[in-house]
Design a binder for this molecule. Structure first.
Ligand code: DC
Length: 222
């Protein structure tokens, strides 16, 4: 029986989720969905409007009203290409702050579930296996040592290693300790430490898991 497949990839900032998830999606012919980009898009909109991070009502309104489109490489907010604008450290930190708001999460999780309802997807974030798709057939938790994750971010985006390490630690703390759907490994997720693994090996390891649980890209029903 043909069934859509959800590959859920969670983990902290800099664990290698985007690189790996994008490649797994490409190899399987699945849709790639970066949910962090959605929180970043709301943070950018809030920042531009001057909406305070404790103004939960207005942040929720923005999340409900936002038209977010995700391409393999691009992110559109209300029709504007914001792919570059959402990648600054300031917006990363702001995204972590807006993501604690229950109404923002509810609005974005609804959009994420709608995206995953139609097609087979590789979806990456913080709460995909625990909350967005608790029934996902494949659940992966990607992790890496904090200093490795900070060094990767500096390689990608530049910046001072000390400042980036502090930003990542503050974001980790907020993402792991928030009340609503915190970053947490699902009990049935496969844990992969990518500190000393090149991304192509991580991709192969995940593809093996996907293939073992599916047949020709179709879920094995038993
Ligand atoms: O993956 P990222 O660095 O682009 O995510 C930015 C922030 O968005 C992250 O610090 C926490 C939040 N986020 C979330 O709360 N839930 C998700 N599923 C994805 C991201």
């Amino acid at each position: 029986m043909e069934k859509r497949i959800v590959v859920a990839i969670d983990g902290p900032a800099g664990a290698g989720k985007s690189t790996v998830a994008r490649q797994v999606a490409e190899r399987m012919g699945f849709l790639y969905i970066d949910t962090g980009a959605m929180y970043r898009a709301i943070a950018l909109w809030a920042h531009r409007q001057g909406t305070a991070f404790d103004d939960h009502l207005n942040l929720t309104q923005l999340a409900l009203a936002a038209d977010i489109e995700l391409g393999p490489e691009q992110v559109f907010l209300n029709g504007e290409d914001v792919s570059t604008a959402i990648r600054t450290p300031e917006i990363a930190s702001a995204a972590s702050k807006v993501s604690v708001v229950a109404g923002v999460r509810r609005a974005l999780v609804e959009k994420q579930r709608a995206m995953g309802a139609r097609l087979s997807v590789v979806m990456e974030g913080r709460d995909i296996a625990t909350h967005v798709f608790p029934d996902a057939q494949i659940k992966i938790f990607l992790d890496a040592a904090a200093d490795v994750r900070a060094a990767r971010r500096v390689d990608q985006l530049g910046g001072d290693i000390l400042a980036v390490t502090q930003e990542i630690q503050a974001r980790d703390h907020r993402d792991r300790t928030r009340t609503e759907a915190p970053l947490l490994q699902a009990p049935d997720a496969v844990y992969l430490d990518t500190s000393n693994l090149p991304s192509d090996e991580v991709v192969e390891a995940i593809l093996q898991i996907v293939r073992a649980r599916t047949s020709n890209g179709k879920a094995v029903t038993s």
